[in-house]
Write a protein that binds this ligand. Sequence first.
Ligand code: PMP
Length: 478
Amino acid sequence: PGAARQVLDGVYAHSPPGVAKFNDVVVASGQGCWVNTTDGRRFLDFSSGIGVVSTGHCHPAVVEAVRQQAGKIVHAQQNVFGAHEPLIDLYDKLSAVLPPSLDSYFLANSGSEAVDNALKIARAATGRQNVIAFEGSFHGRTLGALSVTNSKYIYRRGFGPLPSGVVVAPYPYCLHCKAQCATCHSGYPSVARQGQQQPPEADCCGGPLESLELLLATQSSPSDTAAVIIEPILGEGGFLTPPPGFLASVRRLCSKHGIMMIVDEVQAGAGRTGRWWGHQHWLPEGGEQQYGSSNSSNTNSIIGADGGPDMLIFAKGIASGYPLAGLAVRRGLVGADRMPPGTLGGTYGGNAVACAAAAATIDVIQREGLLANAEARGAQLRAGLAAIAAELPAGLIADIRGRGLMVGLEFGGRSEGGSSSGAGCDGKGGCGSGEGGCGSGSSKPSRFTPASKGVAAAITQACGARGMLLLSAGVREC
Ligand code: PMP
């Protein structure tokens, strides 16, 4: 440890403190879910490099694909050449796992870069300027992506002015729902209520959706609004799963007004949640629903025609750690009339080695049944955590949530409320911070008391000391 400390001190002398470090270790190698350090320690890597190593560290098939491609050609620049072999292979594999309506792909190097391009495309495709993002969302650190990032002020403070035209709506946060509506509280997969079924098509107290409608009526008229960008499961903002009907309601609203629905699948995509894409837990696969009514202001028949997203952003898990990100969009929205040659690009986008890694990753996920595995291991993890929570004093773990292997714990207390129509309902709380009605229901809602600041950080540190790499997230956790 002494020698490693010395090496790290040397590195940190050249590293700006702005690059946060969660663990002071020097990595030597990784295999599967294990990481080995230069001082001979071994860590169980729950962080998976912030949701990146979807096939585990150094999966042999990915290593082999990279090794082979590195010896053929590494940089076959996307503007210089029409295509290269791994790109052809990757497009083929992407088309098998992406929603069929999103049939045009653009490859970039990072999630942030893909988000920036998504915003550009949305503005060009609709001829509108504004974008609606959600409280607690994280979409990246480049200036464009930062303009729609709201998970912590630390990401934004001092870096403005950011691109304008962004309006922020509340994301449903059922555990914190001030309205104490029965739908939120009885349906929420909490420690106290594990196993209860969520109602199939509910919008919890309706607060966040009402707020979104209000935003369109007050701050950003539909005719000015290009896109809504949303994480299907809020990642950095605290691993929040939306209530069952929320994404479909957002879709419906977007379709009604000709607004593009962009799902940011950087964290929740590439199989991590047990489906290829996180939004598939809540939105129809396509073709099942017709949106847009007779009084619809949607003049673009392409938008939302099949009930799925209009654009999907991927990165992280798609290439097992090689820098590859991208977006998939309805082809009709990126025609040459809207985005002529030269408007999209980048030196390294679609790098041949990264494409080979991504193609191999999709193969491995399919061949080894990793979607089903994420579902099974996730259920095992949540059950284990619930058993631990049951042994702990009340008031420590308030919630265990997520889908598949995108799992979070929220620390804090829950106590039973009293009235059947919403104990403590102040009539204006709603989920998130929006104005919302109190739901009426029959189950007794419970009150949530947050843990003191720093509890999650202390626990992740303690886990690190015991050989487990965990990360903290959430709007209150820096
Ligand atoms: N979107 C989401 C949902 C993310 O979680 C992240 C990164 N944590 C990004 C975008 C940005 O990705 P990158 O760090 O690759 O730029």
